[in-house]
Design a protein around this ligand. Structure first.
Ligand code: HEM
Length: 145
């Protein structure tokens, strides 16, 4: 395993843990009508944003440097799409996760524009949860854990 793949594989734990913490924190803040504390809640949401963005950058570098990338020329686009593992690693996982991180980023910027604590928790809870579900739906579990 190359250094980038190792980093992408281990950083995924941190990114996912941070994202789960941010989702749980936002849902609890929303339903318990808690105040939105900058030193805690903003920091948790921001860490989840930063950690998932680092994972995204590692993923993009991994994508183009990984041996798997040559499957595009070896199998051709049709061959990649009809091979479940190649399709998962080269198409579904990258595109779903880019979409997930776009949603997380939208949630972050929408939450900043909210005035009320409930509004802020609500935006984070909604968009980060969507992102988390998308990410979990396309993890190559068999080769990770
Ligand atoms: C938050 C987003 C992401 C998470 C949590 C994540 C997590 C993972 C995990 C757990 C694996 C399996 C570990 C392994 O086989 O080494 C993996 C593999 C992979 N990821 Fe990601 N990833 C994310 C985003 C991305 C993005 C955006 C890309 C590409 C643009 C990407 C490209 C890849 C590739 C190509 C592999 C397969 C490596 C191989 O087996 O050759 N990932 N990812």
């Amino acid at each position: 395993m190359g250094i980038i793949q190792t980093l992408h594989s281990y950083w995924a734990y941190l990114a996912l843990v941070m994202l789960v913490v941010a989702v749980v924190n936002a849902i609890m803040g929303y339903f318990n009508s808690k105040p939105y504390i900058m030193g805690k809640d903003l920091r948790i949401s921001l860490f989840a944003l930063i950690f998932t963005h680092i994972q995204l950058l590692l993923g993009i570098v991994l994508y183009f440097t990984s041996e798997r990338f040559s499957l595009w020329s070896e199998l051709g686009p049709g061959g990649v799409m009809s091979n479940p593992l190649a399709r998962l690693l080269l198409v579904e996982h990258p595109f779903t996760n880019i979409l997930a991180i776009i949603l997380i980023t939208i949630g972050w910027s929408k939450h900043k524009k909210m005035e009320s604590a409930k509004g802020k928790f609500g935006k984070i809870a909604f968009f980060y949860t969507l992102g988390l579900i998308l990410i979990l739906s396309r993890i190559p579990w068999d080769q990770w854990l």
